[in-house]
Design a protein around this ligand. Structure first.
Ligand SMILES: [Zn+2]
Length: 86
């Protein structure tokens, strides 16, 4: 009976939003942007918002921003395999 196991689990405090990947500041699966009031927004809503955000933050044109958003969302547990990501 060893209590000093060297592979002790570190507390997983680096939880991330399953929709956009942002670090979470509260317990849960999604951030406040993706799920205001705890309810996850629709794919269309999220896709549009994220595209707008990419356009603003990276200065990309709409087509490029959409492609970038699609790529990002494909890696997110909330949207992985979504038909809208084709
Ligand atoms: Zn989010």
């Amino acid at each position: 009976m060893t209590t000093d196991d060297p592979t002790t689990d570190e507390p997983t405090t680096d939880e991330r939003c399953e929709s956009c990947g942002m670090p979470l500041t509260h317990a849960g699966r999604y951030c406040e942007n993706c799920a205001p009031g705890g309810v996850l927004q629709s794919f269309e809503e999220r896709f549009e918002r994220m595209t707008q955000w990419v356009i603003r933050s990276e200065g990309l044109d709409r087509d490029t921003a959409q492609a970038r958003t699609r790529e990002h969302m494909r890696t997110m547990p909330a949207w992985r395999g979504h038909p809208g990501l084709g």
